[in-house]
Design a protein around this ligand. Structure first.
Ligand SMILES: [Zn+2]
Length: 85
């Protein structure tokens, strides 16, 4: 029997929840990240790719979050807000 890491979905023993301490940290940091809906909208509808990565970089830095996690979160929120149904 195996479990999947809650963060990266890697196969791990059933007794574990995360494959590494790093994944655990990232998972909880990602939960803590909050991105305002208008910001997501702006990134996808009013920014070029270049502006988008600059905006995300600035946003992540201001809140002291990992940029990659902010990118993942923004992607998820975009799917949730604009792609469902
Ligand atoms: Zn993992």
């Amino acid at each position: 029997m195996t479990n999947s890491c809650q963060h990266c979905s890697k196969k791990i023993p059933i007794s574990k929840v995360f494959c590494s301490p790093m994944c655990k940290e990232n998972y909880f940091q990602k939960i803590a990240i909050s991105v305002p809906k208008p910001f997501v909208k702006k990134l996808y509808f009013f920014c070029t790719e270049e502006e988008k990565s600059y905006e995300i970089k600035t946003f992540a830095k201001r809140h002291n979050w990992h940029e990659e996690l902010v990118i993942e979160k923004v992607e998820e929120l975009f799917q949730e807000y604009y792609k469902c149904g």
